[in-house]
Design a binder for this molecule. Structure first.
Ligand code: FA5
Length: 345
């Protein structure tokens, strides 16, 4: 029995030594140390041994089993170490390879335009005010001197939600709300950016949803010349020092007098071309002195306070500034358009 055990030990240790991978090693573990393995088989014959020999053989069997187990464990460790080493060698990182480009996002051109206009006015001491896009008819029209049935409501075809609630057609209701919030006291100097909605048919220069930026200044002794000076600074900073502005008489129910502001055409330098429809001028915003009725409705004493207001469309300003030929480019999110403004593909 001793010889058998020793032979078994030698055989197992040799096999373990020559094993090439973890699977083979596991097969050996099962074959030699498992319940049906040869060591167990040999030990079954213990009953035939004398009482003296039995403990000796038992100890030897344990020794054989222990040495096989130990060898398997050390071989397993070695194989695992080699596997890790192999993996590391096959996965070496080439630190000299160039990195993959990271796609960089950027603000939408319209957002950039709005922020540029905001910065310009903040630099002149204005603060930003905001109001709801779903607006009461009262603030959108009535508080702006446009009572129900007033024909000038047709100038801004509206999306009504109920009889008294609509999607605001311009940012001017924010003026009315801000003035009302001041309880008729103290100066105001705000700009109000935001989305507005009109039942206009979409074309190259019109959209049913677009952006406006409103400006409002109210104080004692605010004059038309303050409005003109402000718009002049805006136009020169936005379009270049060489640009001229002109104010043309116009009509808005909430301002009196009302004007529209044109800037001299950059394309032809004022001589007249297709872009400016041969006039040398391009219209960019509506403005005027706040109508006394509007001041009074908001609680301001129109004998003491005066004010000016203006409203512009940043899409149209961006179109002029960057030579964009269709307002719909701002809403279709074509990357070929967006990448020109810093958004990378
Ligand atoms: C108004 O909306 C007045 N609330 C502006 C105002 C404010 C006047 C304060 C006086 C005092 P108007 O309808 O002209 O005015 O619109 C102002 C600007 O919005 C236009 O100059 C144009 O740039 C832009 N705009 C108007 N309709 C559209 C449209 N459908 N799509 C894109 N931009 C438009």
């Amino acid at each position: 029995m001793e010889d058998k055990l020793r032979a078994l030990q030698t055989e197992a240790l040799e096999k373990i030594e020559s094993v090439q991978n973890l699977k083979e090693l596991n097969d050996i573990r099962v074959a030699y140390l498992g319940k049906k393995g040869p060591v167990t088989e040999i030990l079954k014959g213990m009953g035939k041994l004398s009482a003296e020999e039995r403990p000796k053989m038992g100890a030897l069997a344990n020794e054989v089993r222990g040495s096989i187990k130990e060898k398997i464990e050390s071989k397993q460790e070695k194989l695992e170490r080699e596997a890790v080493q192999k993996k590391l060698e096959s996965e070496t990182i080439d630190v000299t390879l160039p990195g993959r480009p990271v796609r960089k996002g950027s603000h939408h051109p319209l957002t950039k335009m709005v922020e540029e206009i905001e910065d310009l006015f903040i630099g002149m001491g204005y603060t930003i005010a905001e109001g709801p896009e779903v607006e009461k008819d009262y603030y959108n029209f009535e508080a702006l001197n446009l009572p129900k049935g007033h024909p000038a409501r047709d100038m801004q075809d509206s999306f009504y939600i109920t009889e008294d609630i609509l999607l605001r057609t311009h940012t001017s209701p924010v003026q009315a709300r801000t003035m009302e919030g001041k309880n008729g006291k103290g100066p105001i100097k705000i700009i109000c950016p935001g989305k507005v909605y009109r039942r206009d048919t979409d074309d190259a220069t019109h959209s049913h949803q677009f952006t406006q930026i409103e400006g409002l200044v109210v104080d004692e002794n605010i004059r038309m010349s303050d409005l003109k000076g402000t718009l002049q600074v805006f136009a020169k900073k936005m379009f270049g020092e060489d640009r001229e502005i002109r104010l043309r008489p116009s009509f808005f129910p909430f301002t009196e007098p009302s004007v529209e502001m044109d800037i001299s055409c950059k394309m032809c330098g004022g001589k007249g071309c297709n872009v400016c429809k041969k006039t040398g001028w391009i219209e960019i915003l509506g403005a005027g002195m706040v109508h006394p009725n509007v001041l009074e409705m908001a609680g301001y004493d129109s004998k003491k306070y005066t004010g000016f207001a203006f409203g512009m469309g940043p899409e149209r300003i961006a179109m002029l500034k960057y030579g964009i030929d269709d307002i719909r480019h701002f809403y279709t999110n074509d990357v070929r358009f967006l990448t020109q403004f810093g958004i990378q593909e």
